[in-house]
Design a protein around this ligand. Structure first.
Ligand SMILES: *Cc1c(COP(=O)(O)O)cnc(C)c1O
Length: 350
């Protein structure tokens, strides 16, 4: 059924990857004259004169322990957005193949497809943002090369039902990408725990959300070693900088802070989810397993959006997204920010 080699673009199967100086020689020698680096040092306060490890082995060794996977099951990229782009390019022949998405969902899947001249098949989620049985059947029957499923979903916040994802993993012929950017906020095990069962499963996670490192640009893809090898084959050789690798190692040593922030954000989410429904302008607060809440306002979310902007509060207007009429997406902030947001909403409500 699923066959990775036939799924991968023929030119990628056939190509020889770039072999960097750091691929050909790993480790520390006394005299490093192989990569046209500057042996004298670096401009600026810190030394970055050496190219980084192209396969980020130190970071992966730490991550493998944390996530209970093998290093060979990990790909690291310049944000998970890089992994999204590489997955599209790995499988889809431009002008010929297509991806499958389930709107409303994260916008980057569509952008990556458009950039690569790849078609987009859209199968909308239900009104409460789940996979209908007929949608699951349509995904399984689709000829698309890969399906992106975002769970917890952005912008709606909910987890997709595990049984539906599992049916797709068992039936779909292409790669099944489960984007878990918000997994750290969800009350469900990660799909990384099921990697051994599904050779077609790719799980995306990121340092941009719960780890608080959006500015660093570090994303993760977890998959069977065969899939990871292909991603490594086509990635830019030094796609994760030395600064990022060093910082990520330090962050991974700071798990207590991560856990403390994660808990605080969950408390903030619960507080907002309790408070918001008391406002007359709030029609629905959608259940969230992420660090944001999708909220349907009445009578006019866009007027409210601009009112909040005037108050110096920027939220995400999602009113034009399929199935999201009347909604704004509110990121959970600090307790003071959450209070400020609620106060502004109260004042708008009159
Ligand atoms: C924020 C987000 C990402 C993260 O992208 P990075 O490039 O890692 O910052 C990925 N997927 C979804 C659904 C997101 O909301």
């Amino acid at each position: 059924m699923f066959d990775l080699d036939t799924l991968v673009r023929p030119n990628i199967r056939a190509m020889k990857p770039y072999s960097s100086a750091r691929d050909e020689f790993q480790g520390e020698a006394q005299v490093m004259l192989d990569a046209n680096e500057n042996s004298l040092g670096s401009a600026g306060p810190e030394r970055f004169n050496r190219y980084p490890d192209p396969l980020q082995r130190a970071v992966k060794a730490e991550l493998a322990q944390l996530k209970r996977v093998q290093p060979a099951q990990i790909f690291l990229g310049n944000g998970s957005d890089e992994a999204i782009d590489l997955l599209v390019r790995l499988t889809c022949v431009p002008g010929q193949d297509r991806i499958l998405i389930l709107p409303p969902t994260y916008g980057m899947y569509e952008v990556a497809a458009n950039l690569n001249d790849v078609g987009i098949e859209r199968l909308p989620l239900t009104a409460d943002f789940h996979l209908a049985p007929e949608t699951v059947a349509a995904v399984v029957a689709s000829e698309a090369k890969l399906v992106f499923m975002c769970s917890p979903n952005n912008p709606t916040g909910n987890l997709l039902h595990a049984e539906a994802i599992e049916q797709i993993l068992r039936g779909f012929r292409g790669l099944v990408v489960v984007d878990e950017a918000y997994a750290d906020f969800a009350a469900a095990p990660s799909w990384t725990t099921r990697l051994a069962e599904f050779p077609n499963l790719v799980v995306l996670q990121t340092f941009s959300k719960a780890w608080g490192l959006a500015g660093l640009r570090l994303g993760m893809a977890f998959a069977a070693p065969e899939v990871i090898s292909y991603l490594n084959k086509i990635k830019p050789p030094y796609n994760v900088s030395a600064a990022t690798q060093q910082h990520a190692l330090q962050a991974l040593q700071d798990a207590p802070h991560f856990e403390q922030m994660r808990r605080a954000l969950l408390e903030g989410r619960d507080w907002l989810a309790q408070q918001l429904p008391t406002l007359p302008i709030v029609e629905t607060v959608f259940a969230s397993d992420a660090n944001f809440l999708l909220v349907r306002f009445r009578p006019d979310a866009t007027v409210l959006y601009h009112y909040l902007l005037d108050q110096g509060i920027v939220v995400r207007n999602r009113t034009t997204q399929p199935g999201c009429a009347g909604t704004l997406r509110l990121t959970v902030g600090t307790p003071a920010e959450n209070e400020q947001l609620l106060q502004a909403l109260r004042e708008f409500a009159g």
